[in-house]
Design a binder for this molecule. Structure first.
Ligand code: HPA
Length: 271
C-alpha cells in the first residue's frame, strides 16, 4: 500500500510541481466549493495511478489543484467511505498521499444528522471534537514510524488556531455557526430513533459516516486539521424524523454559500 501511495504522490508531484498549502476534502453535496478554485490541473480519480474510485451520487471523483484566495490548494471532490465497501486503508489513502506531497494543513467537510436540540437543518457546525465509533481503527496494525508515533496524542483533534481563523471569517461575514462533537458510525443506514438517543447520551452533537478516520490519520502524521459539518437532518430518541439522501443534498446546497465563505476565509488567513 505504501509503495502505491508513493507512486500516486510522485505522479501528482510531477504534474503540480509545487507543495499545496492546503488539502481540502469535499463531503456529500458540498462539491460546489470546487467552482471557487482557479483550477490549474484537474484530474479524474480514474486517471491517477492507484487512486481509489468513488461510488456515491453527489461525489464526482476529481482531484483539483489550483488557487483559492491566493493560496495553493489540492481539492478532493468525492471521498471514500467505509460503507462503500472500501477498506479502512483505502478510506485514508488520500490523507497519506497528501502528507507525502508535503501538505501540512487539512480541511474536511461533511454532511451530518444533528441530535443537539439547538441545531436546525442547514446549520454549519465547526467540529471541536469527535467520538470514533467506526468498526475499524485506521492505525490498527504495525505502526509506520516514518508517518508518526504508535500512540497518538488526540488532545487537540481539530486545530484551535484553524478554528479561531474560521470563526473570525464567519463573524466578519455575519454567518452563524455552531461548534460540536461529531460521532462517526459506519452507515450506510441513517440512525434509528434509539441510535440517535445513544449519540446524544454519549456526548455527540451530530452523527455522520466519514471524517474521523481521515482526522485520526492526519493527526498521526502531525497535520493541522479542520472540519466542518452541515446539518442536513435532525434525529432524536422521541420523534421519528425521516431522512433521505435527497434531503441531505438539498440542505447541503442551502448551506453552501456560507460554507464557501468560511473555507475561503480560513484558507486566506491561516498561516
Ligand atoms: N446520519 C444521519 N443523518 C445524516 C448522516 C448520518 O450519518 N449523514 C448526513 N445526514
Amino acid at each position: 500500500m505504501l509503495e502505491k501511495i508513493k507512486q500516486t504522490a510522485d505522479f501528482i508531484r510531477n504534474i503540480i510541481k509545487e507543495t499545496p498549502d492546503f488539502a481540502i476534502v469535499l463531503g456529500s453535496g458540498l462539491g460546489k466549493l470546487q467552482d471557487e478554485v482557479k483550477a490549474l490541473h484537474t484530474l479524474e480519480y480514474s486517471e491517477i495511478p492507484h487512486f481509489p474510485q468513488t461510488t456515491v451520487v453527489g461525489h464526482s471523483g476529481r482531484l483539483i489543484y489550483g488557487i483559492l484566495e491566493g493560496r495553493k490548494v489540492l481539492m478532493m471532490s468525492g471521498r471514500f467511505h467505509y460503507y462503500e465497501g472500501h477498506s479502512i486503508e483505502t478510506v485514508i489513502y488520500p490523507i497519506r498521499f497528501f502528507h507525502l506531497l508535503g501538505i501540512k494543513n487539512l480541511i474536511l467537510s461533511n454532511a451530518s444528522g444533528g441530535v443537539n436540540p439547538d441545531y436546525k437543518v442547514a446549520d454549519i457546525v465547526i467540529l471541536k471534537d469527535h467520538i470514533n465509533m467506526m468498526p475499524e481503527h485506521p492505525l490498527r496494525g504495525k505502526n509506520i514510524d516514518s508517518f508518526g508515533p504508535r500512540f497518538v496524542d488526540m488532545s487537540e483533534p481539530y486545530s484551535r488556531k484553524m478554528i479561531s481563523v474560521a470563526e473570525q471569517a464567519a463573524s466578519e461575514n455575519n454567518i452563524k455557526f455552531q461548534q460540536g462533537t461529531y460521532v462517526a458510525l459506519q452507515g450506510p443506514t441513517f440512525e434509528t430513533p434509539a441510535e440517535y438517543g445513544m449519540i446524544k447520551a454519549i456526548g455527540g452533537d451530530m452523527v455522520g459516516m466519514s471524517t474521523v478516520p481521515e482526522v485520526i490519520v492526519a493527526k498521526h502524521m502531525g497535520m493541522d486539521t479542520f472540519a466542518l459539518s452541515v446539518i442536513t437532518d435532525l434525529g432524536g430518541p422521541d420523534i421519528a424524523f425521516s431522512v433521505s439522501h435527497e434531503e441531505v443534498l438539498n440542505a447541503a446546497n442551502k448551506a453552501m454559500p456560507n460554507v464557501i465563505t468560511i473555507v475561503k476565509g480560513l484558507v486566506k488567513n491561516y498561516r
